[in-house]
Design a protein around this ligand. Structure first.
Ligand code: F6R
Length: 599
């Protein structure tokens, strides 16, 4: 997810901008850039990859003295992560940084090209700076030109623009993408897309409302439609990074609906799935798929095995990477070898990937961290675009992995003609509802908080489900044990009678995933069997269930994947609230590491 900063003041401008961007690093990015105006002249620098690359590029660039600057970390959506696509984007004499999406950028670009404008990047953002310069041609008042530019943009944006025609001025606008302006007692002005860069720098801040447009110099701050109201800026850097949530895990659960949109952007179209990262040649000759991963990523892989076989009619086999390494696996070159990893550094998964490469298989990584070891080794990578995940217990990374794999199964379904066009269109329609469903699912948080007090003891938890809800049960059990340290297991609902049901009594908690769209009656009979043995039942379902001791009612949906994502949120929130009541460190549970780089 992109980040924006801006600065007006007398302190070293470059460092203010880069330090500000560093505070936004946790959001994830793949390139960065700054533009600084001193004595009426603008200089701009951009670099792909980490901020240290930008620092290296600017090490001889001195920015002492009074001036202004804007900076940006870009997380590629329209166009690859290249220097040309990095912000700031420039016109003839102006520079812009932007977060969000300009939905009508194609129309604007065509219009500008007809007027002779040449574009350097593939981004939607670049239209803003050219449009501004066209508007400025016929006006003396540059704020009017800026407003006329903003008026023509559809979509979401937080924009900062500087121009050599107005030295010392930053023009800004906000709609649908956050932007905060801060000021210090000594008259400095700061901009940022979250308050983290402002903490410790600014004394007070104004959180701009949607529709705000304005300009600022060291003497004047003007906004429309209303003046901004400033409040004292409180908190420490850590609190700011958590965005007001108690834990990173909580923040990451709440972010899921947004990051899922990022995962889909440019890939999920009305009638098709498009992955820039792979092409027909890459999937040619593939007749089977093997997926290797660990932990939560393994659960995403298991979920995918149902989707691939059901939708793309392609045989799939899933293996835990640490097992795969030593089993002397038989690998055939008609197999696409997929590895899934949030961090891209998991030693077992990396080794499995190396083995597959050595055996001559085509390899594909589904990963959240660009330039990680796994990404560098795989033939192709589809990035999950979850942004940096800080909570050790994975949440949004899992959600985006499952989403990419669902998309991939439709990609294969189309190429293998295993689904009718209309059926694919229907799936895509349901897919596009996911962000809304995730947002709505958060309503259940209070209920999870209340219920959590009843689940702090007992001798164990069984999470049960069928079909894709079986890997989700595994994931629910893993989440709970990671942060609550309570014993939990995930099982296929139909498997209980083959042994585990022997444990059933009132102190055994069954968390039953009972979706209405998939095998409801079958799951229900399995839950009845447990209830008959006095297990305490918490049912998660859109339908009330008489035999449940507790229930969390989910919304009715018409597609199993929508039920899947809603139940995923319930599991995450419930585990977190249980861990909170037990007084555990939710973000850094004992004995666990975020990136497991040892065997
Ligand atoms: C659980 C969790 C772990 C990881 C596993 C693999 O919440 O995060 O189980 O999923 O260690 O890590 P990655 O996905 O980075 O390969």
């Amino acid at each position: 997810m992109c980040g924006i900063v801006g600065y007006i003041g007398k302190r070293e401008i470059k460092s203010r901008l880069i330090e500000g961007l560093r505070e936004l690093e946790y959001r994830g990015y793949d390139s960065a850039g700054i533009a600084v105006m001193l004595d009426g002249r603008i200089e701009s620098f951009k670099a792909v990859g980490k901020l240290s690359n930008l620092e290296e590029k600017t090490k001889d660039f001195a920015t002492n003295g009074s001036g202004i600057g804007i900076g940006h970390t870009r997380w590629a959506t329209h166009g690859k992560p290249t220097e040309l696509n990095a912000h700031p984007h420039m016109g003839e004499y102006s520079y812009v940084v932007h977060n969000g999406i300009i939905e009508n950028y194609r129309e604007i670009k065509e219009m500008l090209e007809e007027r002779g404008v040449t574009f350097l990047s593939q981004t939607d953002t670049e239209v803003i700076v050219h449009l501004f310069e066209i508007e400025a041609e016929c006006r003396d008042d540059l704020f009017e030109a800026f407003k006329a530019t903003i008026d023509q943009l559809d979509g979401a944006y937080a924009v900062l623009l500087i121009t050599q025609k107005a030295p010392g001025t930053i023009f800004f606008a906000r709609k649908g993408s956050p932007m905060i302006i801060g000021r210090s007692g000594s008259g400095e002005i700061f901009f940022a897309s979250s308050d983290a860069p402002l903490i410790g720098e600014a004394d007070e801040a104004a959180y701009m409302e949607d529709g705000t447009v304005g300009f600022v110099t060291s003497e004047t701050l003007y906004t429309e439609p209303e003046p901004l109201s400033f409040v004292p800026l409180q908190g420490d850097k850590m609190t700011a990074q958590k965005g007001g949530f108690r834990f990173f895990m909580e923040k990451e659960i709440y972010e899921q609906y947004e990051v899922m949109s990022d995962t889909m952007i440019g890939r999920v179209l009305d009638e098709d799935i498009v992955f820039e990262e792979i092409d027909d040649e890459f999937v040619d000759g593939i007749t089977r798929i093997k997926i290797c991963a660990c932990g939560t990523s393994y659960h995403a892989a298991l979920t995918a095995s149902y989707l691939f076989e059901r939708l793309s009619k392609i045989p799939v086999n899933v293996e835990i990477a640490s097992e795969f390494r030593y089993k002397e696996p038989l690998l055939t070159d008609d197999t696409l070898f997929i590895v899934i990893s949030q961090s891209g550094e998991t030693a077992d998964t990396l080794e499995a990937l190396r083995m597959a490469k050595e055996a001559g298989l085509k390899t594909l990584a589904v990963c959240n961290v660009d330039n990680s070891s796994i990404v560098r080794m795989a033939d192709a990578t589809i990035l999950t675009r979850a942004g940096i995940e800080k909570g050790v217990a994975s949440t949004k990374a899992f959600a985006t992995q499952v989403m990419v794999l669902w998309m991939l199964s439709l990609y294969f379904a189309k190429r293998r003609r295993s689904m009718e066009r209309e059926a694919i269109k229907d799936e895509l329609r349901f897919m596009s509802y996911v962000p809304k469903v995730l947002q709505k699912s958060l309503e259940v948080h209070e209920k999870c908080k209340r219920l959590s007090k009843r689940y702090l003891h007992g001798h164990g938890f069984f999470f049960i489900g069928r079909d894709i809800f079986y890997p989700l049960a595994l994931e629910g059990a893993l989440k709970l044990k990671e942060i609550s340290y309570l014993h939990a297991e995930g099982y296929p609902a139909g498997e209980m009678k083959h042994g585990p049901i022997a444990l059933a009594d009132a102190e055994l908690f069954t968390i039953a995933l009972m979706p209405k769209t998939l095998l409801y009656d079958k799951t229900k009979s399995n839950v009845e069997e447990l209830s008959a043995r006095d297990s305490t039942i918490l049912s998660i379902s859109p339908e009330m269930f008489d035999l449940a001791d507790d229930f969390i009612l989910t919304h009715p949906h018409k597609h199993p994947m929508l039920e899947f994502f809603e139940m995923m949120i319930v599991e995450q929130l419930l585990s977190m609230e249980i861990a909170v009541r037990l007084g555990n460190d939710v973000d850094m549970p004992r004995n666990l590491a975020k990136s497991v780089t040892v065997e």
